[in-house]
Unconditional design. Sequence first.
Length: 157
Amino acid sequence: MSDQGAGARAVSEPELELVHLLRGVTVEFGLRQAEFAALHHMHGTDVRALICLLDAGRAGTDATAGWLGAQLGLNSAGTTAVIDRLERLGHLTRTRDPRDRRRVLLTVDERAVELGWAFFGPLIENTVAVLRDFDESETAAVRRFLYAAHRALAPAP
């Protein structure tokens, strides 16, 4: 039996199973993020902000308050509140952009990275252990699916 609505396009059971499995993984990630936030006296949005900033650092993207607000879907006041909380907790730093002193760049403090690895490291290691059971072509297929699923779920630009 399918849980598709009456007006839904036909989706096969195997396809729907994959969507449900992806949703289950997403829910589990969300629950772990909520645990981390509660354990460290943060809001869920604070954890999302840290993830955005870490991703920006890996991508070489300059993270400003405006950029972060856009990533989180927050207005200026909400973004400032998140940044202030994270700075107060010692999780992020604000520095003047050396190329444009009018801009302030946001970076995750190394202590926050260590805190994150202490909590999420074992989960990451368990996930990597699962991937190590896949051969190169299977890993490529998983990667291709996850990139495509991410694009399909992300809001249109």
